[in-house]
Structures are given as structure tokens and as C-alpha cells.
Design a protein around this ligand. Structure first.
Ligand code: KG4
Ligand code: ZN
Length: 369
């Protein structure tokens, strides 16, 4: 079974092909990605209309490239998959439109995949795939969640952020430090030259006794610190939010302090989730999962607690088509209904810009199509 997957939920166009024949973990046959980072950089963040238009420009050439990589014609495909949500409505429609058009033209089934399910299952493409059940820490630009995962499509929410996501906390702090979009990787790079102990930032909800997160207060603490430092250097009132007067070392120390605060909370809550569920396996997925400091501290903490920790390949941490094709393949192998059954039968399609992952488990029955 050959499945072509298309991701277009935000600022990356990704296309990939997996072979999901038999019961072995689906194998990646080809994968191509175009990141819009450069295009959005001038605006300091994603401009949804520009994102949609760029997806339109990229998605067909990327599809051709993936088929060429795999040495297969379009007629070899057995099914199509696309990111149905959550994400930007206009951007999602591009992937949905192409997947459903191809499915209609070739008379094939089509599957609308949940973006976070793609992230969640992406470590199955790594050299060290996990086994069910496990606790998943999903840390992306829009989501921070701890889930209990008992199998494909069997997800229970343990805790989530009550305001900003961890990626958002990285991005907003980076902006306050005058770093380019996307702020997360830039802040992580700057933090390497800093000392986390110079400025201590709050660890919100660290001892809340539940598995929820809150990161909104962190950006206020960073803003206050940046203003204070700027004020001291200028010896007068600082202009709001401007980090320009700060020395590179001060910026690096702030970056290291912010990163330490976010990582501390993520590590501590992940361990609490493992102990609450009694599970001995942790999967980390989503863009923030690429953060080296997070990986290092999770590895140490999990080794001490006797927990195995699994990550996606580094290049599959952020958005990509491979995780969408993979999730579709794993669903097909598990005998799960295609999520958007109407599209499978009459090729109408819709997207879900807001779509709680927990809805997946309650929507379908194994074996139905
Ligand atoms: O999963 P993803 O690619 O897109 C969403 O579904 O949101 O995650 C993007 C987020 C952004 O907030 C980005 O700044 C963050 O992941 N990110 C990082 C790193 N790489 C990406 N944050 C911290 N350190 C990194 N190395
Ligand atoms: Zn994502």
C-alpha cells in the first residue's frame, strides 16, 4: 500500500510517500519539503495569506520530486493523505484540495490526518521506534500537551497549556530579544553563549500538582528583565521592549535563563506524567523537541528514572509530509476508519483549523471505512 501524504498546515509545504504494506512499520520511500521561513522573516511571523499562496506554488513540484525520488509513477499510489487540521484554514485547503483532487482523478481513498497525530507518531520513522503504550510530550508552536498513548488512535489528554504553548514562549521571548523569526532555534543558538544562572525566570505551575502548563507569564518576566537591563545601560528610561542597548552577553544570559525555565517545566511535568501513569516510555514530538537543551535534560532525567525516551529524527521534528503519510499508513494498518469518511466516499473535503486531538479516539470504530 503506497500512501502519498501532504502537509500544508502552516509555513512548511511537505510531501512524502510511504509504503505501508503488511504489518511492518511504514517505510519512507521519498520526502520533500519547502520551508517558507525566509518569506515570512520580513514580517516577523507567519502571514496566512502569503502562506496559502506559497503552498499553491510549491505543492505540485514537491509531489513530482517525491515520486521521482521513489522512482514511481502517480498510478502506483494506493491512497492519499493530507493534514486536515489544526492549522491555518487557507493553508490547510491547499493540501486538502490536491489530495482530494488526485484521489478523485485516480479513484483512490483519501484520509484527513490530524497534524498532532502526525507529530505524535513521527518517532516511528526513527532508527529507535517506540512501543505502545507511552507518554507523549507534544511541544509545538501552537500546542503543549501531555498525552497517554495506548495505540494508534488511542490518545488520552493528561494535561496541556492553559495559555501560551512552549514554542510560543520561545518565539515571543526571542522577539523581545530582537531575534529573527522563527525565534525558537535562534534563541537556543544564542543561549549556548549564555549562563542560565545569571537571570532566574519563573517556572509557572511547576508545583501545581497537576499536568497543566502556563507560559504566558514568562514573556512578561522577560520583558521586565530586558527593560531593566536596557534602562541601566542607557542610564535613563528604556524604550519599551527594545533589547538593542543590551550587550550580546546579556542577551545570551537572558536567552539561557528563558530556555532553562521552559525546559525545567517540560522535564518536570513529563516525569510527573510518567509517574502518574506508571508508564516507562516517553515520546517527545513537535518543533520544540528539536531543542538540544531539552533533549539533554530529558535524557539525563529519564535515565535516572529508568525511562526510555524516543524522539523523531531531528529533521522530522518540525512540520513535514513524512509524519502525515506515516500516520495515514499506521491508521490503515490498524484498520481505523479514515477520519473524514465523507471525503473517502464522495471526495468532498473539509478542513478543521481547530481540532482537539482527544476527539480522534471518540470518533471512530476500528475496522469501519
Ligand atoms: O511543530 P512545529 O514545526 O510547528 C507547529 O506545529 O507549531 O513547531 C514550531 C515551533 C516554533 O515555535 C519554533 O520556534 C519551535 O517549534 N522550535 C524550537 C526549536 N526548533 C523549533 N524551539 C526551541 N528550540 C529549537 N531548537
Ligand atoms: Zn507542527
Amino acid at each position: 500500500m503506497l500512501i502519498l501524504g501532504i502537509e500544508s498546515s502552516c509555513d512548511e509545504t511537505g510531501v512524502a510517500l510511504v509504503d505501508a504494506s503488511g504489518s511492518a512499520t511504514p517505510r519512507l520511500l521519498g520526502h520533500a519539503l519547502h520551508s517558507q521561513i525566509e518569506m515570512h522573516q520580513a514580517y516577523g511571523g507567519v502571514v496566512p495569506e502569503l502562506a496559502s499562496r506559497d503552498h499553491i506554488r510549491r505543492v505540485l513540484p514537491l509531489t513530482d520530486a517525491v515520486l521521482a525520488q521513489a522512482g514511481l509513477p502517480l498510478s502506483a499510489l494506493s491512497a492519499l493523505a493530507y493534514t486536515r487540521g489544526p492549522g491555518l484554514a487557507g493553508a490547510l485547503l491547499v493540501g486538502a484540495g490536491l489530495a482530494c483532487a488526485l484521489a478523485y482523478a485516480r479513484g483512490l481513498p483519501v484520509l484527513g490526518v490530524h497534524h498532532l497525530e502526525g507529530h505524535l507518531l513521527s518517532p516511528f520513522l526513527s532508527a529507535d521506534p517506540p512501543e505502545f503504550p507511552f507518554v507523549a510530550l507534544l511541544v509545538s508552536g501552537g500546542h503543549t500537551q501531555l498525552m497517554r498513548v495506548d495505540g494508534v488512535g488511542r490518545y488520552a489528554l493528561l494535561g496541556e497549556t492553559i495559555d501560551d504553548a512552549a514554542g510560543e514562549a520561545f518565539d515571543k521571548s526571542a522577539k523581545l530579544l530582537g531575534l529573527d523569526y522563527p525565534g525558537g532555534p535562534a534563541l537556543a543558538r544564542l543561549a549556548q553563549q549564555g549562563h542560565a544562572s545569571v537571570f532566574r525566570f519563573p517556572r509557572p505551575l511547576l508545583h501545581s500538582g497537576n499536568l497543566d502548563f502556563s507560559f504566558a507569564g514568562l514573556k512578561t518576566a522577560v520583558l521586565t528583565q530586558v527593560k531593566r537591563l536596557a534602562h541601566a545601560r542607557l542610564d535613563g528610561p528604556a524604550r519599551s521592549g527594545l533589547a538593542d542597548p543590551l550587550s550580546l552577553q546579556q542577551k545570551a544570559d537572558v536567552a539561557a535563563g528563558v530556555q532553562a525555565a521552559i525546559v525545567d517545566v517540560l522535564v518536570s511535568k513529563s516525569l510527573a506524567a510518567l509517574s502518574a501513569t506508571g508508564l516507562r516510555r516517553l515520546v517527545v514530538a513537535g518543533g520544540v523537541g528539536a531543542n538540544a537543551c531539552l533533549r539533554e535534560q530529558l535524557n539525563t532525567a529519564c535515565a535516572q528514572a529508568g525511562v526510555r525516551v524516543h524522539y523523531p529524527e531531528l529533521h522530522l521534528c518540525t512540520d513535514n509530509g513524512a509524519m502525515i503519510a506515516l500516520a495515514a499508513g499506521l491508521r490503515a494498518q490498524a484498520g481505523l476508519a479514515f477520519v473524514d469518511a465523507p471525503a473517502a466516499s464522495d471526495y468532498c473535503f473539509d478542513v478543521r483549523p481547530r481540532w482537539p486531538l482527544a476527539e480522534l479516539g471518540s470518533q471512530e470504530t476500528p475496522g469501519s471505512t
